[in-house]
Design a protein around this ligand. Structure first.
Ligand SMILES: NC(=O)c1ccc[n+]([C@@H]2O[C@H](COP(=O)([O-])OP(=O)(O)OC[C@H]3O[C@@H](n4cnc5c(N)ncnc54)[C@H](O)[C@@H]3O)[C@@H](O)[C@H]2O)c1
Length: 708
């Protein structure tokens, strides 16, 4: 029986009437002999021959009925030759030969080349090192000008430029993210008439958006996980029928509603190697896509060069770079690599990084600059400037700052950005680049956008884990280890104090609950506190302690709750509100002791930033958060050291305002919090995992002993 292609909705045209020619390879030597995808795992040398041959013959019979099938001879020792989809990408009489990623499959290349040459195809090869796995990763969207190309596991992103140049078609790169769907044809199946079945979760977000942008919703169907795992997307489209291993009734009814006949033919023996119907076939009379004859679009893949130097192997920089690139949908090629030979030697790597769009490349490049990458363009371009069109709003694509010293190239000169901080924009104010918060941008301001002409100075040792005073990864550190860390911190603090430098403290209410208040007071007396930043709570609890000897109703001397203690803090808030401010309460004798009493007496500035959970609040607490941020920033100016004591909220807020180079000590009982600030890549950060009361006690004692 011969099935005639029937007319499909919207498919009238010469391409559909043409009987498909398909290349297959008998499975005489098929078997799982190595593992190069997760499907093969555990299947090595499993007995598949008899059943696989039967299944292959089943597929061959179905396809011979619907199309014209040609064969390539099988070869011993080349088991995956059976998957002819990976022979190359055919269009008209041209074929771009595959260049497999794995050496095991590279053995197939000469056999396929021979076959194509003998059968009159013009063969083009990929440049060496540019991996490409043929129609397994390159699929034409029927009745459209597009060729979709999968990358991420097998095919190199750069292959898109070669295809674009050789075939003069618009290539849309799609990033594959699920190892089980390592080739595009395992999760993406364009069908006659511009239809598409695909498994969206196999793609990164950008690629899903690309697919949705190019294939109208009515013409695409997202298959279920069940269909995806039975390789329903690895289907052969013969024009009228869709031939596949299996399909759920839901998928079958979608395909039928589009006018296709659904033909199931079991292929589970090939699934053991990660392939099914489509993998076992290659269409040989692939027509030129519609509108492909128009002017070829520009090369889709853009590249830039970036260099990293320093102890990049041992300090984790290189592994972070390797994370950033694929996460941004990009790829890289190492152009030069000189590893340090001895322990103290620096390493150097020059990379060419590529991304599937200009925007993706720019986003990725900026992340690489923030890891200390140096742009290596042949001709450096000046920073790009766009004028803000609204108050408080930055232009799209604005450059967002990091904590590290940054320079921008303006009129041929590198200029250092002033008031460095993270999450700001760079404004050119009278030609000088200055960090400014988005809310402070004014219409007409000249803002740096993009990634051209930007250089970031990340300290060489950034990310290094060599600071002997870090307690990352440990649970609560022993008192002895805290003492060792404190010895060093105390020495630095005393040095800063003697040189008239500023030490700013950020503290949460736990300082008071743990009995650390009096020790912090000792530090204020010693001249080690230039400003205190906190919230409503630290002041409330300190004042409560000053008045009642309790903190949140707990007697700190005895560690037990006292009767009626639950209303102490609110009563104290009321007292301060009546006095007008903490300072007035101190001056009028309402508050006679405690940390805030000492701050007022010693004329040390403090800022209390409000939060939604604040009781009262105290009259001093700034409930206008923009004002509070400004006041924090003012008090932080010129700080040489910042000590963050058990307040996640305020410490992170302060961290974001602080440029690199300022020493940060963060003390928290929770290792995750203590190390969070270190995670921003600052080498100047020392996380200490301990009880804050204990830390302050040891520190105050140490500093007093230093002063004699
Ligand atoms: N009554 C009030 O008005 C009131 C009460 C509590 C909090 N607040 C407000 O809520 C906001 C957040 O408060 P926060 O800073 O306390 O909370 P936070 O969650 O930001 O930080 C508390 C930190 O202390 C750590 N910690 C707990 N016990 C510790 C110990 N013994 N030693 C060392 N570290 C320890 C925790 O791990 C946590 O990271 C602030 O604005 C604060 O003023 C208000």
């Amino acid at each position: 029986m011969s099935r005639k292609p029937k007319s499909l909705p919207g498919t009238a045209g010469p391409t559909n009437a043409t009987r498909h020619q398909i290349l297959m390879c008998p499975p005489d030597f098929y078997g799982v002999e190595y593992v190069i995808n997760p499907w093969m795992d555990g299947n090595i040398h499993r007995e598949v021959a008899t059943k696989a041959r039967r299944q292959w013959r089943g597929l061959h019979a179905v396809l011979s009925d619907l199309a014209e099938v040609k064969l390539v001879d099988p070869r011993k020792g080349v088991p995956d030759l059976v998957f002819t989809a990976n022979a190359g990408l055919v269009m008209g009489d041209q074929v771009i030969l595959s260049h497999f990623r794995h050496p095991e499959r590279q053995r197939e290349e000469p056999h396929f080349r021979d076959w194509f040459e003998k059968n009159g195809f013009k063969v083009t090869e990929m440049p060496s090192g540019t991996h490409f796995e043929g129609a397994g990763d390159a699929l034409f969207l029927r009745d459209s000008p597009y060729l979709f190309m999968g990358y991420g596991f097998r095919t190199a992103l750069e292959a898109a430029n070669v295809i674009n140049e050789v075939l003069q078609v618009e290539v849309v790169p799609l990033g594959l993210v699920d190892e089980r769907f390592y080739h595009l044809d395992t999760c993406f199946c364009p069908l006659t008439g511009g239809y598409l079945i695909y498994y969206p979760k196999a793609f990164d977000e950008r690629s899903r958006a690309e697919i949705e942008r190019r294939v109208p919703a009515a013409k695409r169907h997202a298959v279920s996980e069940r269909d995806a795992l039975s390789f329903a997307c690895n289907a052969v489209d013969t024009g009228a029928a869709v031939v596949l291993n299996d399909a759920t009734p839901e998928l079958e009814s979608v395909l039928k509603s589009w006018g296709f006949e659904v033909v199931r033919t079991p292929l589970d023996q090939f699934l053991l190697a990660g392939g099914a119907a489509k993998c076992l076939t290659l269409r040989l009379n692939e027509p030129r896509p519609t509108a492909a004859s128009r002017k070829a679009p520009a090369a889709p893949i853009l590249s830039r060069r970036v260099e990293f130097r320093g102890h990049i192997l041992d300090n984790g920089t290189l592994s972070r770079v390797m994370d950033v690139i694929p996460n941004a949908g990009g790829t890289y090629r190492v152009a030069e690599f000189a590893p340090g030979v001895r322990k103290d030697d620096e390493s150097r790597i020059l990379m060419e990084v590529s991304a599937p769009s200009e925007r993706a490349l720019e986003g990725m490049f900026l992340q690489l600059l923030a890891l200390g990458g140096n742009p290596q363009e042949e001709r450096l371009s000046s920073a790009q400037v766009v004028v803000a069109d609204l108050d408080g709003v930055a232009p799209e694509n604005f450059y967002s700052t990091t904590i590290y010293a940054t320079e921008v190239l303006i009129d041929g000169t590198w200029r250092r950005v002033e008031k460095q901080r993270m999450d700001a924009v760079v404004v050119l104010a009278e030609g000088r680049p200055v960090c400014r918060l988005i809310r402070d941008v004014r219409r007409g301001d000249r803002i740096i956008v993009g990634s051209d002409g930007i250089r970031i100075h990340v300290p060489r040792e950034a990310g290094e884990d060599q600071n002997e005073f870090k307690f990352m990864g440990s649970a609560v550190s022993s008192e002895r280890r805290v003492e060792a860390a404190v010895d060093h911190i105390a020495w630095e603090m005393d040095r800063i104090r003697q040189q008239g430098g500023r030490i700013v403290w950020v503290a949460g209410p736990v300082v008071i609950h743990t009995g650390g208040g009096p020790h912090l007071e000792r530090l204020v007396r010693g001249g080690y506190v230039s400003a205190l930043l906190g919230g409503n709570a630290i002041a409330v609890h300190d004042l409560e302690h000053a008045v009642y000897g309790t903190s949140l109703g707990v007697d700190l001397a005895r560690g037990v709750p006292v009767g009626g203690g639950h209303r102490h803090h609110i009563t104290v808030i009321n007292m301060i509100r009546r006095a007008g401010s903490i300072a007035r309460a101190v001056e009028t004798g309402v508050i006679k002791s405690g940390l805030f009493h000492r701050l007022v007496k010693s004329k040390i500035p403090y800022c209390l930033a409000g939060s939604i959970r604040d009781d009262g609040p105290l009259p001093d607490t700034l409930m206008d958060l923009v004002r509070a941020q400004e006041e924090y920033a003012r008090l932080l100016e010129g700080a040489e050291m910042i000590v963050m004591l058990s307040s996640m909220l305020h410490s992170i807020g302060v961290g974001n305002m602080t440029p690199a180079g300022v020493k940060i000590i963060s003390v928290d009982i929770n290792p995750a919090v203590a190390t969070k600030l270190a995670d921003r890549g600052s080498t100047d950060s020392t996380p200490i995992v301990t009880d804050v009361g204990l830390f302050l006690n040891i520190l105050a004692r140490k500093l007093e002993s230093l002063r004699g």
